[in-house]
Design a protein around this ligand. Structure first.
Ligand code: IMP
Ligand code: MG
Length: 181
């Protein structure tokens, strides 16, 4: 045990507004073009589903699954590709959709990897951002909400595969009896 839900940080209604704002912004910025939206599994699955319904320009949806080695609340900095894209992104306008940017290592790695496939452009969109924890500098064009350094779960975000189903974003607490953070 050790981990417990300490409280709600972000309510559904605020998340809804966030998705609408980002969807409208992306639709305006890419008017007249088609985008390839790449959801980073598993964490982005709920955010992606909400966001795309506010995007009014043509889009091709794809997914990629990556994981940093090890489980728990700290990233190891090494990213492994579990599932690659189905489609070719050469010459396409790509937007990578993430659940949260923490150290920035995952996005940095994806930027380099996807960059070698010669897309026309590449941008990043994240539901949540913890800028205090950044270890590499990375531009994130679309940010839903900047948050303080707390470990959050719900709305697709997990701790060791769990809590993704919580409709709001909750803070994960630790009672000190175990766990790894
Ligand atoms: P980064 O590579 O350190 O930027 O970490 C990105 C990944 O770490 C995210 O896609 C999440 O899977 C995970 N992560 C970072 N912070 C949190 C958090 O507060 N809650 C749940 N997962 C997190
Ligand atoms: Mg995760």
């Amino acid at each position: 045990m050790g981990k417990y839900i300490k409280g709600i940080m972000i309510e559904r209604s605020e998340i809804d507004e966030m998705c609408q704002r980002l969807g409208e912004q992306i639709s305006a910025d890419y008017t007249g073009r088609e985008v390839v939206l790449i959801g980073v599994l598993k964490g982005a699955f709920i955010f992606m589903a909400d966001l795309v319904r506010h995007i009014t320009i043509p889009c091709y949806i794809d997914f990629m699954s990556v994981s940093s080695y090890g489980s728990g609340t700290r990233t190891s900095g090494v990213v492994r590709i579990n599932k690659d894209l189905d489609g070719d992104i050469t010459g396409k306008h790509v937007i990578v959709i993430e659940d949260i940017v923490d150290s920035g290592l995952t996005l940095n790695h994806l930027k380099q990897l996807l960059g070698t496939r010669n897309p026309a452009s590449i941008a990043f969109c994240t539901a949540f951002d913890k800028p205090e924890r950044r270890r590499v500098e990375i531009d994130v064009e679309y940010v839903g909400k900047r948050i303080r350094d707390e470990f959050i779960v719900g709305y697709g975000l997990d701790y060791d595969g769990r809590y993704r189903n919580l409709p709001d974003v909750a803070i994960l607490g630790d009672d000190g009896t175990g766990g790894d953070r």
